[in-house]
Design a protein around this ligand. Structure first.
Ligand SMILES: Cc1ncc(COP(=O)(O)O)c(C=O)c1O
Length: 398
């Protein structure tokens, strides 16, 4: 059939042959996915990962990244969401209904707690906060549905008593969801983290951090091992229309190849900064779970047996330093940039009013302004020089 130019431009004659093999998988961008015939249309199964019916349900590109994240984390099934926070929301909205109770660690990623408080006010979900170092502070009731864990907490970096918390949740048939962004599937296996093969039920990962590695893409994942849980999440995911861009997925897929190397390099650089930070008299506390003086060190040590510990370290300034002085320190930094997030190539710094972020009393946290450093891929010697010059600016102003 002869076609007019307008039609010809849309129906391109060349199709990619099967035998062309490239290092990176081909990129599929799709809202519409074309069915071979009406049999294929009527026999589609939305809950099957290898059934392609519409962009929001997945393409070979999204399933390829999903499979890689699943393997990385040791799970079975993966769903991708437009950001780490939307992956968290997916879990909360899928499993929590009116009257249900959810327990959240006091050092959790703040917007998760904020989202849950919103569900509490609007839909009658009850939110309880526990101390991740004290299993006794987690007191589930008959209505408890979900326990949120984070290892380590992303600002004060306490590593939770993961074994005891998961055991207790399992004894009460409570779902466990772990924000796995810090461990990234590399520091420990969330689906098999003890000699007796303890496992969380769900992991959420802000792929925005280490998997992306570029500080330029937002994405999240939800990984499970149980098929029934996955199907519940899959349905909710599809109904909420949580799709991700094929181009963004391809970028993350490309960065995965270097993720292990980057994670280890950032982890090592952070450890070399840790020793230096501990020697500086300006800080009353340096917070990092691999530090033998850290309150949660033994919990970290028993789970992260390869010694990996991500690229985050926080310091608490001596109480005598005012907010204005600490702001002056942050403004004087040259290599460390002021910005949220972590896992990218550029080192970042952020200030926190820790007392305002906590619901419970934590005697182990000193009073003073907390500053968190996210270590990038720069040479650690240059980062130390930058911190030293910013501390001398602070001294000069006093
Ligand atoms: C521990 C943790 N979880 C989840 C998120 C949310 O990820 P995103 O920025 O992709 O929404 C963040 C972001 O900073 C985080 O630090």
């Amino acid at each position: 059939m002869k076609k007019n130019p307008q039609t010809q431009l849309i129906h391109a004659p060349r199709k990619a042959p099967q035998y062309v093999v490239t290092v990176q998988p081909p990129l599929y961008r799709a809202s519409t996915i074309i069915f071979d015939n009406t049999d294929a249309l009527f026999n589609r199964h939305w809950s099957d990962d290898y059934d392609y019916s519409y962009g929001t349900h997945g393409t070979p590109t999204t399933f390829t990244l999903g499979d890689n994240i699943t393997q990385l984390e040791g799970g079975q099934y993966c769903l991708l969401a437009p950001s780490g926070l939307s992956a968290i929301h997916l879990v909360n909205s899928c499993f929590l209904s009116q009257g249900d109770e959810v327990w959240v660690a006091d050092n959790m990623y703040g917007p998760n707690l904020e989202h849950l408080r919103d569900l509490e006010q609007r839909y009658g979900v009850k939110v309880q906060v526990y101390n991740p170092l004290d299993v006794e502070s987690f007191q589930p009731s008959n209505n408890t549905k979900l326990l949120w864990l984070e290892a380590a907490g992303s600002v004060t970096l306490e590593f939770p008593n993961l074994k005891a918390l998961v055991k207790k949740a399992q004894a009460h048939h409570i779902l466990t969801a772990l924000d796995n962004t810090w461990g990234a599937g590399l520091a420990f296996n969330a689906f098999d983290f003890s000699d007796d093969h303890l496992s969380v039920d769900i992991t959420v990962h802000a792929l925005t951090k280490y998997p992306s590695g570029g500080a330029d893409i937002l994405m999240g994942s939800v990984v499970t091992r149980d098929q029934a849980l996955h199907h519940q999440l899959y349905r909710s995911h599809a109904l909420q229309g949580l799709s991700v861009s094929g181009d963004d997925v391809a970028q993350i897929q490309r960065s995965l190849a270097s993720m292990h190397v980057r994670y280890q390099a950032q982890s090592q650089s952070t450890l070399s900064l840790l020793d230096w930070l501990k020697q500086q008299p300006h800080f009353s506390q340096v917070l990092h779970p691999a530090d033998p003086d850290n309150i949660s060190h033994t919990y970290w040590q028993e789970i992260c047996q390869d010694g990996n510990s991500a690229g985050l370290v926080s310091v608490v300034f001596q109480e005598k330093y005012s907010l204005a002085e600490v702001r002056g320190f942050c403004d004087a930094l040259q290599l460390f940039k002021l910005g949220f997030s972590w896992g990218g190539p550029v080192s970042l710094v952020m200030l926190y009013h820790i007392q305002q972020m906590r619901s419970l009393q934590h005697s182990h946290l000193h009073k003073g302004i907390l500053v968190r450093f996210c270590i990038g891929l720069e040479d650690p010697a240059d980062l130390i020089a930058d911190l030293a010059q910013a501390l001398s600016v602070l001294e000069a102003k006093i």
